[in-house]
Design a protein around this ligand. Structure first.
Ligand code: BLA
Length: 512
Protein backbone atom coordinates (compact mmCIF):
# COMPACT_ATOMS: atom_id res chain seq x y z
CA UNK A 1 0.00 0.00 0.00
CA UNK A 2 2.93 2.36 0.27
CA UNK A 3 4.33 3.90 -2.86
CA UNK A 4 6.66 6.60 -1.71
CA UNK A 5 8.93 6.66 -4.71
CA UNK A 6 6.99 9.17 -6.73
CA UNK A 7 10.12 11.26 -7.25
CA UNK A 8 12.53 10.42 -10.00
CA UNK A 9 15.23 9.49 -7.60
CA UNK A 10 17.75 8.61 -10.27
CA UNK A 11 18.51 12.32 -10.63
CA UNK A 12 18.83 12.74 -6.89
CA UNK A 13 21.10 9.73 -6.68
CA UNK A 14 23.46 11.01 -9.31
CA UNK A 15 24.32 14.39 -7.85
CA UNK A 16 28.13 14.30 -7.39
CA UNK A 17 28.20 15.34 -3.73
CA UNK A 18 31.82 14.28 -3.23
CA UNK A 19 33.15 16.61 -5.90
CA UNK A 20 31.13 19.81 -5.53
CA UNK A 21 34.11 21.98 -6.52
CA UNK A 22 33.43 24.35 -3.66
CA UNK A 23 33.38 24.76 0.10
CA UNK A 24 31.15 26.39 2.69
CA UNK A 25 32.42 29.92 3.27
CA UNK A 26 32.76 29.93 7.07
CA UNK A 27 36.39 29.06 6.42
CA UNK A 28 38.84 28.81 3.55
CA UNK A 29 40.78 25.94 2.06
CA UNK A 30 44.11 25.34 0.36
CA UNK A 31 45.37 22.28 -1.44
CA UNK A 32 49.13 21.85 -1.23
CA UNK A 33 52.00 20.11 -2.95
CA UNK A 34 54.30 18.04 -0.72
CA UNK A 35 56.74 20.99 -0.49
CA UNK A 36 53.80 23.09 0.79
CA UNK A 37 53.39 25.13 -2.36
CA UNK A 38 49.77 26.23 -2.76
CA UNK A 39 48.10 24.36 -5.64
CA UNK A 40 44.53 25.58 -5.17
CA UNK A 41 42.81 28.10 -2.95
CA UNK A 42 39.16 28.77 -2.25
CA UNK A 43 37.93 31.97 -3.87
CA UNK A 44 36.85 33.42 -0.50
CA UNK A 45 40.46 33.79 0.62
CA UNK A 46 40.23 37.57 0.37
CA UNK A 47 37.16 37.75 2.65
CA UNK A 48 39.06 35.89 5.34
CA UNK A 49 42.68 37.00 5.09
CA UNK A 50 42.78 39.68 2.42
CA UNK A 51 44.83 37.95 -0.29
CA UNK A 52 43.30 36.99 -3.63
CA UNK A 53 42.92 33.28 -4.31
CA UNK A 54 44.35 33.37 -7.82
CA UNK A 55 47.41 35.22 -6.53
CA UNK A 56 48.02 32.60 -3.86
CA UNK A 57 48.37 29.71 -6.30
CA UNK A 58 52.00 28.77 -6.82
CA UNK A 59 53.22 30.52 -3.67
CA UNK A 60 54.85 28.82 -0.67
CA UNK A 61 52.37 28.40 2.18
CA UNK A 62 54.13 30.95 4.42
CA UNK A 63 53.63 33.67 1.83
CA UNK A 64 49.88 33.11 1.96
CA UNK A 65 49.11 32.53 5.63
CA UNK A 66 52.17 34.15 7.20
CA UNK A 67 55.23 32.74 8.92
CA UNK A 68 53.68 31.98 12.32
CA UNK A 69 50.72 30.01 11.00
CA UNK A 70 52.91 28.25 8.42
CA UNK A 71 55.43 27.30 11.13
CA UNK A 72 52.65 25.64 13.10
CA UNK A 73 51.58 23.67 10.04
CA UNK A 74 55.15 22.58 9.28
CA UNK A 75 55.80 21.45 12.85
CA UNK A 76 52.51 19.62 13.21
CA UNK A 77 52.73 17.90 9.84
CA UNK A 78 56.20 16.67 10.71
CA UNK A 79 54.94 15.28 14.03
CA UNK A 80 51.85 13.44 12.80
CA UNK A 81 50.70 11.24 10.03
CA UNK A 82 47.94 12.99 8.12
CA UNK A 83 45.20 10.61 7.15
CA UNK A 84 41.87 10.86 5.40
CA UNK A 85 40.03 12.23 8.45
CA UNK A 86 40.71 15.87 9.21
CA UNK A 87 43.26 16.31 11.96
CA UNK A 88 43.32 19.39 14.17
CA UNK A 89 46.72 21.08 13.94
CA UNK A 90 46.05 24.09 16.11
CA UNK A 91 44.36 27.47 16.29
CA UNK A 92 46.00 30.48 14.66
CA UNK A 93 45.60 34.18 13.90
CA UNK A 94 46.30 35.15 10.31
CA UNK A 95 46.98 38.76 9.44
CA UNK A 96 45.23 39.84 12.60
CA UNK A 97 42.11 37.83 11.88
CA UNK A 98 41.58 35.66 14.93
CA UNK A 99 41.00 32.76 15.08
CA UNK A 100 41.13 29.85 12.66
CA UNK A 101 41.14 26.19 13.59
CA UNK A 102 43.57 24.56 11.17
CA UNK A 103 42.57 21.09 9.92
CA UNK A 104 44.63 18.88 7.65
CA UNK A 105 43.71 15.77 5.77
CA UNK A 106 45.06 13.80 2.87
CA UNK A 107 42.70 12.08 0.47
CA UNK A 108 42.86 11.00 -3.13
CA UNK A 109 46.57 11.89 -3.12
CA UNK A 110 45.90 15.50 -2.16
CA UNK A 111 46.95 17.33 1.01
CA UNK A 112 44.22 19.77 2.04
CA UNK A 113 44.36 22.41 4.70
CA UNK A 114 41.12 23.90 5.97
CA UNK A 115 40.93 27.03 8.09
CA UNK A 116 37.69 27.30 10.00
CA UNK A 117 36.84 30.64 11.41
CA UNK A 118 36.19 30.26 15.16
CA UNK A 119 35.38 32.68 17.92
CA UNK A 120 38.07 31.83 20.41
CA UNK A 121 40.92 29.48 21.09
CA UNK A 122 39.60 25.98 21.06
CA UNK A 123 41.97 24.22 23.43
CA UNK A 124 40.29 25.58 26.57
CA UNK A 125 37.15 23.64 25.72
CA UNK A 126 38.60 20.13 25.65
CA UNK A 127 38.65 20.06 29.43
CA UNK A 128 34.87 20.09 29.63
CA UNK A 129 34.38 17.59 26.86
CA UNK A 130 36.38 14.61 28.07
CA UNK A 131 34.42 14.13 31.33
CA UNK A 132 31.24 14.44 29.35
CA UNK A 133 32.07 11.42 27.22
CA UNK A 134 33.03 9.51 30.37
CA UNK A 135 29.75 10.36 32.07
CA UNK A 136 27.83 9.30 28.99
CA UNK A 137 29.46 5.86 29.17
CA UNK A 138 28.47 5.51 32.82
CA UNK A 139 24.87 6.48 32.13
CA UNK A 140 24.67 4.06 29.20
CA UNK A 141 25.60 1.18 31.48
CA UNK A 142 22.38 1.72 33.40
CA UNK A 143 20.22 1.86 30.30
CA UNK A 144 18.75 -1.11 28.52
CA UNK A 145 16.61 -0.11 25.57
CA UNK A 146 17.87 1.37 22.32
CA UNK A 147 15.36 4.21 22.62
CA UNK A 148 16.51 5.15 26.11
CA UNK A 149 20.19 5.02 25.11
CA UNK A 150 19.38 7.17 22.09
CA UNK A 151 17.54 9.70 24.24
CA UNK A 152 20.60 10.02 26.47
CA UNK A 153 22.81 10.58 23.44
CA UNK A 154 20.42 13.23 22.08
CA UNK A 155 20.58 15.15 25.38
CA UNK A 156 24.38 14.98 25.50
CA UNK A 157 24.78 16.10 21.92
CA UNK A 158 22.41 18.99 22.45
CA UNK A 159 24.50 20.04 25.43
CA UNK A 160 27.72 19.84 23.38
CA UNK A 161 26.42 21.66 20.29
CA UNK A 162 23.93 24.07 21.79
CA UNK A 163 21.59 23.22 18.93
CA UNK A 164 17.81 23.52 19.35
CA UNK A 165 16.73 20.04 18.24
CA UNK A 166 18.66 16.79 18.29
CA UNK A 167 17.02 13.66 16.92
CA UNK A 168 18.12 10.06 16.77
CA UNK A 169 16.93 8.79 13.50
CA UNK A 170 16.78 5.05 12.67
CA UNK A 171 16.44 3.59 9.17
CA UNK A 172 14.02 0.69 8.63
CA UNK A 173 14.60 -2.06 6.05
CA UNK A 174 13.10 0.16 3.32
CA UNK A 175 15.42 3.05 4.19
CA UNK A 176 12.65 5.17 5.70
CA UNK A 177 13.73 6.96 8.83
CA UNK A 178 12.01 6.90 12.20
CA UNK A 179 12.71 9.45 14.92
CA UNK A 180 13.23 7.24 17.99
CA UNK A 181 14.60 9.84 20.40
CA UNK A 182 14.77 13.59 20.64
CA UNK A 183 16.06 16.42 22.77
CA UNK A 184 14.45 19.85 22.35
CA UNK A 185 15.12 23.41 23.42
CA UNK A 186 12.20 25.72 24.17
CA UNK A 187 10.34 26.79 21.07
CA UNK A 188 11.31 23.78 18.94
CA UNK A 189 8.45 21.48 17.98
CA UNK A 190 8.77 17.74 18.19
CA UNK A 191 9.32 15.19 15.43
CA UNK A 192 9.48 12.29 17.88
CA UNK A 193 7.83 9.14 16.49
CA UNK A 194 7.54 10.55 12.99
CA UNK A 195 8.85 8.96 9.81
CA UNK A 196 10.72 10.52 6.94
CA UNK A 197 10.71 8.79 3.54
CA UNK A 198 13.91 7.18 2.25
CA UNK A 199 13.99 9.67 -0.63
CA UNK A 200 14.97 12.48 1.76
CA UNK A 201 18.51 11.07 1.89
CA UNK A 202 19.62 9.66 -1.47
CA UNK A 203 21.83 6.63 -1.99
CA UNK A 204 25.17 8.34 -2.64
CA UNK A 205 24.70 10.46 0.49
CA UNK A 206 24.14 7.29 2.56
CA UNK A 207 27.29 5.78 1.03
CA UNK A 208 29.34 8.83 1.90
CA UNK A 209 27.89 8.95 5.42
CA UNK A 210 28.98 5.36 5.95
CA UNK A 211 32.59 6.41 5.29
CA UNK A 212 32.63 9.89 6.81
CA UNK A 213 30.72 9.94 10.07
CA UNK A 214 30.04 13.64 10.53
CA UNK A 215 28.97 16.70 8.56
CA UNK A 216 28.07 20.22 9.41
CA UNK A 217 26.08 22.75 7.44
CA UNK A 218 26.80 26.01 9.08
CA UNK A 219 24.24 28.22 7.33
CA UNK A 220 21.76 26.91 4.73
CA UNK A 221 21.75 30.34 3.06
CA UNK A 222 25.45 30.35 2.28
CA UNK A 223 27.04 31.11 -1.08
CA UNK A 224 29.61 28.42 -1.93
CA UNK A 225 33.25 29.40 -2.46
CA UNK A 226 34.85 27.63 -5.42
CA UNK A 227 38.31 26.12 -5.42
CA UNK A 228 40.63 27.89 -7.88
CA UNK A 229 41.70 26.38 -10.20
CA UNK A 230 38.82 23.87 -10.43
CA UNK A 231 41.03 21.02 -11.63
CA UNK A 232 43.54 19.75 -9.14
CA UNK A 233 46.98 19.63 -10.80
CA UNK A 234 47.96 16.44 -8.92
CA UNK A 235 44.93 14.35 -9.86
CA UNK A 236 43.88 16.16 -13.01
CA UNK A 237 40.32 16.11 -11.71
CA UNK A 238 38.02 18.11 -9.43
CA UNK A 239 38.91 17.54 -5.77
CA UNK A 240 37.27 14.68 -3.93
CA UNK A 241 36.05 16.47 -0.82
CA UNK A 242 34.48 13.37 0.81
CA UNK A 243 36.32 14.01 4.06
CA UNK A 244 36.70 17.77 3.93
CA UNK A 245 35.08 19.49 6.89
CA UNK A 246 34.05 22.46 4.77
CA UNK A 247 32.66 20.43 1.83
CA UNK A 248 29.87 22.34 0.14
CA UNK A 249 26.65 20.31 0.26
CA UNK A 250 23.87 19.62 -2.18
CA UNK A 251 21.77 22.70 -3.08
CA UNK A 252 18.70 20.44 -3.05
CA UNK A 253 19.40 19.57 0.54
CA UNK A 254 19.96 23.24 1.41
CA UNK A 255 16.49 24.00 0.04
CA UNK A 256 15.13 21.08 2.10
CA UNK A 257 16.65 22.62 5.22
CA UNK A 258 15.16 26.02 4.47
CA UNK A 259 11.77 24.35 3.89
CA UNK A 260 12.19 22.72 7.27
CA UNK A 261 13.03 26.09 8.82
CA UNK A 262 16.40 24.97 10.00
CA UNK A 263 19.42 26.99 8.91
CA UNK A 264 22.11 24.98 10.66
CA UNK A 265 22.33 21.20 10.51
CA UNK A 266 24.83 18.70 11.76
CA UNK A 267 24.49 14.96 11.45
CA UNK A 268 26.48 12.09 12.90
CA UNK A 269 26.39 8.62 11.34
CA UNK A 270 25.44 5.63 13.45
CA UNK A 271 27.21 2.63 11.96
CA UNK A 272 26.03 -0.72 13.29
CA UNK A 273 27.66 -3.87 11.90
CA UNK A 274 29.25 -1.86 9.12
CA UNK A 275 25.92 -0.47 7.92
CA UNK A 276 24.35 2.96 8.26
CA UNK A 277 21.82 2.20 11.00
CA UNK A 278 20.73 5.80 11.45
CA UNK A 279 21.84 9.36 12.02
CA UNK A 280 21.92 11.74 14.89
CA UNK A 281 20.40 14.76 13.20
CA UNK A 282 20.84 18.17 14.82
CA UNK A 283 18.94 21.31 13.89
CA UNK A 284 19.23 24.94 14.75
CA UNK A 285 16.86 27.61 13.44
CA UNK A 286 19.68 30.09 13.02
CA UNK A 287 23.22 29.62 11.68
CA UNK A 288 25.32 28.10 14.39
CA UNK A 289 28.97 27.04 14.43
CA UNK A 290 30.13 23.83 16.07
CA UNK A 291 33.89 23.90 16.45
CA UNK A 292 36.04 20.93 15.52
CA UNK A 293 36.65 19.63 19.03
CA UNK A 294 32.93 19.70 19.78
CA UNK A 295 32.20 17.89 16.55
CA UNK A 296 34.79 15.30 17.51
CA UNK A 297 33.10 14.82 20.87
CA UNK A 298 29.77 14.32 19.04
CA UNK A 299 31.38 11.83 16.68
CA UNK A 300 32.65 9.88 19.70
CA UNK A 301 29.28 9.98 21.42
CA UNK A 302 27.79 8.66 18.18
CA UNK A 303 30.32 5.85 18.01
CA UNK A 304 29.69 4.87 21.60
CA UNK A 305 25.94 4.87 21.00
CA UNK A 306 26.34 2.76 17.84
CA UNK A 307 28.58 0.23 19.61
CA UNK A 308 26.12 -0.05 22.49
CA UNK A 309 23.25 -0.57 20.07
CA UNK A 310 25.28 -3.22 18.27
CA UNK A 311 26.01 -5.17 21.41
CA UNK A 312 22.39 -4.99 22.66
CA UNK A 313 21.16 -6.08 19.24
CA UNK A 314 23.59 -9.00 19.21
CA UNK A 315 22.47 -10.07 22.66
CA UNK A 316 18.75 -9.91 21.94
CA UNK A 317 19.21 -11.61 18.57
CA UNK A 318 21.05 -14.42 20.29
CA UNK A 319 18.37 -14.76 22.95
CA UNK A 320 15.63 -14.77 20.32
CA UNK A 321 17.32 -17.59 18.42
CA UNK A 322 17.98 -19.56 21.60
CA UNK A 323 14.29 -19.36 22.53
CA UNK A 324 13.28 -20.54 19.07
CA UNK A 325 15.76 -23.37 19.13
CA UNK A 326 14.44 -24.55 22.50
CA UNK A 327 10.90 -24.74 21.13
CA UNK A 328 12.15 -26.52 18.01
CA UNK A 329 14.11 -29.14 19.95
CA UNK A 330 11.15 -29.94 22.16
CA UNK A 331 8.87 -30.25 19.12
CA UNK A 332 11.29 -32.60 17.39
CA UNK A 333 11.40 -34.70 20.56
CA UNK A 334 7.62 -35.13 20.33
CA UNK A 335 7.66 -35.90 16.63
CA UNK A 336 9.87 -38.96 16.84
CA UNK A 337 7.58 -40.74 19.32
CA UNK A 338 4.33 -41.96 17.72
CA UNK A 339 3.83 -43.94 14.56
CA UNK A 340 1.92 -41.64 12.26
CA UNK A 341 3.69 -38.48 11.11
CA UNK A 342 0.54 -36.40 10.77
CA UNK A 343 -0.86 -37.48 14.13
CA UNK A 344 2.45 -36.53 15.62
CA UNK A 345 2.32 -33.11 14.06
CA UNK A 346 -1.09 -32.39 15.57
CA UNK A 347 0.40 -32.98 19.00
CA UNK A 348 2.81 -30.09 18.49
CA UNK A 349 0.30 -27.64 16.97
CA UNK A 350 0.34 -25.21 19.91
CA UNK A 351 4.14 -25.21 19.94
CA UNK A 352 4.18 -24.59 16.18
CA UNK A 353 2.17 -21.41 16.71
CA UNK A 354 4.52 -20.16 19.41
CA UNK A 355 7.54 -21.07 17.32
CA UNK A 356 6.48 -18.91 14.38
CA UNK A 357 4.53 -16.23 16.30
CA UNK A 358 1.62 -17.31 14.11
CA UNK A 359 -2.10 -17.50 14.82
CA UNK A 360 -2.83 -20.40 12.51
CA UNK A 361 -1.08 -23.41 11.00
CA UNK A 362 -1.97 -25.98 8.35
CA UNK A 363 -0.46 -29.26 7.23
CA UNK A 364 -1.17 -30.54 3.77
CA UNK A 365 -0.11 -34.13 3.01
CA UNK A 366 -1.71 -35.66 -0.06
CA UNK A 367 -5.44 -35.35 0.47
CA UNK A 368 -5.14 -34.85 4.17
CA UNK A 369 -5.43 -31.30 5.41
CA UNK A 370 -5.20 -30.45 9.07
CA UNK A 371 -5.52 -26.97 10.50
CA UNK A 372 -5.14 -25.41 13.90
CA UNK A 373 -5.89 -21.91 15.15
CA UNK A 374 -7.06 -19.07 12.95
CA UNK A 375 -6.67 -20.08 9.28
CA UNK A 376 -8.40 -19.59 5.94
CA UNK A 377 -10.95 -22.28 4.91
CA UNK A 378 -9.80 -25.70 3.66
CA UNK A 379 -10.76 -24.77 0.16
CA UNK A 380 -8.80 -21.52 0.31
CA UNK A 381 -5.77 -23.37 1.66
CA UNK A 382 -5.90 -25.94 -1.18
CA UNK A 383 -6.02 -23.10 -3.67
CA UNK A 384 -3.06 -21.42 -1.99
CA UNK A 385 -1.06 -24.66 -2.09
CA UNK A 386 -1.75 -24.95 -5.83
CA UNK A 387 -0.35 -21.45 -6.31
CA UNK A 388 2.61 -22.07 -4.02
CA UNK A 389 3.69 -25.22 -5.81
CA UNK A 390 3.90 -23.31 -9.06
CA UNK A 391 5.17 -20.02 -7.68
CA UNK A 392 7.69 -21.28 -5.16
CA UNK A 393 8.84 -24.52 -6.87
CA UNK A 394 9.26 -26.42 -3.65
CA UNK A 395 11.22 -23.65 -1.95
CA UNK A 396 10.41 -22.03 1.34
CA UNK A 397 8.08 -19.12 0.74
CA UNK A 398 7.33 -16.22 3.04
CA UNK A 399 5.59 -12.88 2.81
CA UNK A 400 4.13 -10.33 5.18
CA UNK A 401 1.83 -9.04 2.45
CA UNK A 402 0.26 -12.03 0.73
CA UNK A 403 -2.31 -10.06 -1.27
CA UNK A 404 0.48 -8.14 -3.01
CA UNK A 405 1.59 -11.27 -4.89
CA UNK A 406 -1.21 -13.84 -4.63
CA UNK A 407 -4.45 -13.19 -6.54
CA UNK A 408 -6.58 -14.97 -3.91
CA UNK A 409 -4.80 -13.06 -1.12
CA UNK A 410 -7.36 -10.28 -0.83
CA UNK A 411 -10.05 -12.74 0.40
CA UNK A 412 -7.86 -14.12 3.18
CA UNK A 413 -6.15 -10.94 4.30
CA UNK A 414 -7.68 -10.98 7.77
CA UNK A 415 -6.10 -14.22 8.97
CA UNK A 416 -3.41 -14.70 6.32
CA UNK A 417 -1.71 -11.41 5.50
CA UNK A 418 1.51 -13.17 6.36
CA UNK A 419 2.40 -16.75 5.47
CA UNK A 420 5.46 -18.93 5.83
CA UNK A 421 5.18 -22.10 3.76
CA UNK A 422 7.62 -24.99 4.21
CA UNK A 423 7.59 -27.75 1.61
CA UNK A 424 8.01 -30.90 3.72
CA UNK A 425 8.52 -33.46 0.99
CA UNK A 426 11.07 -33.52 -1.77
CA UNK A 427 8.67 -35.12 -4.21
CA UNK A 428 5.09 -34.33 -3.26
CA UNK A 429 3.21 -31.09 -2.77
CA UNK A 430 3.29 -31.42 0.98
CA UNK A 431 3.37 -28.25 3.01
CA UNK A 432 3.48 -26.91 6.48
CA UNK A 433 2.02 -23.40 6.37
CA UNK A 434 1.95 -20.79 9.11
CA UNK A 435 -0.52 -17.91 8.99
CA UNK A 436 -0.11 -14.48 10.50
CA UNK A 437 -3.11 -12.15 10.74
CA UNK A 438 -3.40 -8.66 9.33
CA UNK A 439 -2.08 -5.99 11.65
CA UNK A 440 -3.53 -2.66 10.64
CA UNK A 441 -1.21 0.10 11.74
CA UNK A 442 -0.63 3.76 11.17
CA UNK A 443 2.52 5.56 10.18
CA UNK A 444 3.03 9.14 11.27
CA UNK A 445 4.97 10.85 8.52
CA UNK A 446 6.56 14.27 8.79
CA UNK A 447 4.73 15.60 5.72
CA UNK A 448 2.96 13.61 3.03
CA UNK A 449 5.60 11.40 1.40
CA UNK A 450 3.31 10.72 -1.58
CA UNK A 451 2.78 14.37 -2.48
CA UNK A 452 4.20 15.11 -5.90
CA UNK A 453 6.20 18.04 -4.67
CA UNK A 454 9.26 16.27 -6.03
CA UNK A 455 8.56 17.59 -9.49
CA UNK A 456 9.28 21.29 -9.26
CA UNK A 457 9.37 23.97 -11.92
CA UNK A 458 11.35 23.15 -15.07
CA UNK A 459 11.26 19.48 -14.07
CA UNK A 460 13.85 20.10 -11.42
CA UNK A 461 13.71 17.97 -8.36
CA UNK A 462 12.81 19.87 -5.28
CA UNK A 463 12.44 18.54 -1.79
CA UNK A 464 9.20 18.40 0.12
CA UNK A 465 7.91 21.70 1.34
CA UNK A 466 5.66 20.51 4.14
CA UNK A 467 6.64 18.69 7.27
CA UNK A 468 3.31 18.90 9.08
CA UNK A 469 2.26 15.52 10.41
CA UNK A 470 0.49 13.24 7.98
CA UNK A 471 -0.98 9.93 9.04
CA UNK A 472 -1.06 6.92 6.77
CA UNK A 473 -2.97 3.71 7.48
CA UNK A 474 -1.30 0.52 6.35
CA UNK A 475 -3.55 -2.47 5.70
CA UNK A 476 -2.97 -5.96 4.35
CA UNK A 477 0.28 -6.67 6.16
CA UNK A 478 1.27 -8.90 9.06
CA UNK A 479 4.22 -8.47 11.37
CA UNK A 480 7.33 -9.21 9.28
CA UNK A 481 9.20 -12.51 9.39
CA UNK A 482 12.40 -12.29 11.31
CA UNK A 483 15.60 -13.59 9.71
CA UNK A 484 16.15 -15.93 12.69
CA UNK A 485 12.64 -17.33 12.29
CA UNK A 486 13.25 -18.11 8.64
CA UNK A 487 16.59 -19.73 9.35
CA UNK A 488 15.23 -21.88 12.15
CA UNK A 489 12.17 -22.81 10.08
CA UNK A 490 14.61 -24.12 7.46
CA UNK A 491 16.44 -26.14 10.09
CA UNK A 492 13.12 -27.50 11.29
CA UNK A 493 12.29 -28.54 7.73
CA UNK A 494 15.60 -30.35 7.35
CA UNK A 495 14.92 -32.20 10.59
CA UNK A 496 11.40 -33.12 9.44
CA UNK A 497 12.71 -34.46 6.16
CA UNK A 498 15.25 -36.49 8.14
CA UNK A 499 12.55 -37.95 10.35
CA UNK A 500 10.42 -38.78 7.31
CA UNK A 501 13.33 -40.52 5.67
CA UNK A 502 14.05 -42.56 8.75
CA UNK A 503 10.40 -43.55 8.90
CA UNK A 504 10.45 -44.67 5.28
CA UNK A 505 13.51 -46.82 5.91
CA UNK A 506 11.93 -48.41 8.97
CA UNK A 507 8.82 -49.20 6.93
CA UNK A 508 10.99 -50.77 4.24
CA UNK A 509 12.82 -52.87 6.82
CA UNK A 510 9.50 -54.05 8.28
CA UNK A 511 8.29 -55.06 4.84
CA UNK A 512 11.36 -57.20 4.20
C1 BLA B 1 21.29 15.03 2.75
N1 BLA B 1 19.14 14.78 3.94
C2 BLA B 1 20.49 14.89 3.92
C3 BLA B 1 21.01 14.86 5.24
C4 BLA B 1 19.94 14.72 6.09
C5 BLA B 1 18.77 14.71 5.28
C6 BLA B 1 20.05 14.61 7.61
C7 BLA B 1 22.46 14.94 5.66
C8 BLA B 1 22.95 16.32 5.73
C9 BLA B 1 22.69 17.00 7.05
O1 BLA B 1 23.29 16.61 8.04
O2 BLA B 1 21.84 17.91 7.10
C10 BLA B 1 17.42 14.62 5.67
N2 BLA B 1 17.35 15.80 7.78
C11 BLA B 1 16.92 14.86 6.95
C12 BLA B 1 15.88 14.13 7.54
C13 BLA B 1 15.71 14.64 8.77
C14 BLA B 1 16.63 15.69 8.92
C15 BLA B 1 15.13 13.04 6.92
O3 BLA B 1 16.74 16.39 9.94
C16 BLA B 1 14.74 14.16 9.74
C17 BLA B 1 14.94 14.13 11.01
N3 BLA B 1 16.70 15.47 -0.40
C18 BLA B 1 15.38 15.47 -0.76
C19 BLA B 1 15.30 15.23 -2.18
C20 BLA B 1 16.58 15.09 -2.63
C21 BLA B 1 17.46 15.25 -1.51
C22 BLA B 1 14.01 15.15 -2.95
O4 BLA B 1 14.45 15.65 -0.01
C23 BLA B 1 17.07 14.84 -4.00
C24 BLA B 1 16.40 15.21 -5.08
C25 BLA B 1 18.85 15.21 -1.59
N4 BLA B 1 19.67 15.13 0.81
C26 BLA B 1 19.82 15.18 -0.53
C27 BLA B 1 21.21 15.15 -0.85
C28 BLA B 1 21.90 15.11 0.36
C29 BLA B 1 20.92 15.09 1.39
C30 BLA B 1 21.81 15.16 -2.25
C31 BLA B 1 23.39 15.09 0.56
C32 BLA B 1 23.87 16.41 1.05
C33 BLA B 1 25.38 16.40 1.09
O5 BLA B 1 25.96 15.81 2.03
O6 BLA B 1 25.97 16.97 0.16
Amino acid sequence: TSDTNVLDLSTCDSEPIRTPGSIQPHGFALSLAEDLTVLQASENLAQHIGSAAAGAVGLPLARVIGDTAAALVVTELAATRVLERPLYLGTVCISETCYFDVLAHRYDGVLMLEFESVERRASADFRNLYPLVGEFLLKLNNTVSTDAMSALAADEIRAVTGYGRVMVYHFDHDGHGHVIAESLADGYHSYLGQRFPASDIPRQARELYTLNRIRLIHDANYTPARLVPAINPVTGAPNDLSFAALRSVSPIHLQYMRNMKTLASMSVSLIVKGKLWGLISCHNETPSPVAFERRTACEQLGQILALSIESREDASELQFRLDLRRIMVSMLGGLTQGADFIDNMTSVFPALLTFARASGVAIVVDDRLLTYGDTPSDEQIRELVGWLSIRAHGDVFHTDQLAAGYPGGADITRNASGILALPISRIHKHYLIWFRPEVIHTIDWAGNPHAKEGAGPLDQLTPRTSFSSWRETITGTSIPWHKGELELALEFRTALLGIALERAEQMAELAE
